[in-house]
Write a protein that binds this ligand. Sequence first.
Ligand code: NI
Length: 193
Amino acid sequence: MRPASSPERNPVILPIVKIGTPLLRRKTAAVPSALAGSKGLKKLLGKMAATMRHADGVGLAANQVGVNLRLFAMESQKNRRYPKAPAFPLRFYLNAKIVKASKKKVRGWEGCLSIPGYRGLVPRHEWLTFTALTPEGARVRRTVRGFEARVIQHEIDHLNGFFYMDRMKGLRDWFHLDLWDARFRPKVRGRGK
Ligand code: NI
């Protein structure tokens, strides 16, 4: 990691709190409508996006940076942690709520910036419909599937105080990244997920 971008040197990068922090086990507070469109919110979201990118994450919930608010950032570009993941643009969602989801669940590998160094095979709804507010306060209702749906489930779980391991059927498919890398990391030209 570039030392010039560490939280001490660059205030835009926020420290990510780790598992064991009580705020990660609590249900976060709804974003008040007065906050939508505000300068303060814009500033927070900018810092969260920078923090997520700096950590090579594809999603970041507010309580992961110590903020008790029901909002998250997500983005999937070319990413070292998820080299084969489908891309989607940077988005922020406030007060997101899943209103419909597929009965069918699919398993896929997940990691978490609050649990560095591990990956687990997690069953998730294949598709879902959710409602949320945009940072400007506009109401959206979207249906997403696959990796994007997986990230949304992971982030909404964070906002309700859950980790991906809570969704696993036991921890037999939970790996330290050193071993996961050797066994499961998708090859650049291989099939992989
Ligand atoms: Ni996470």
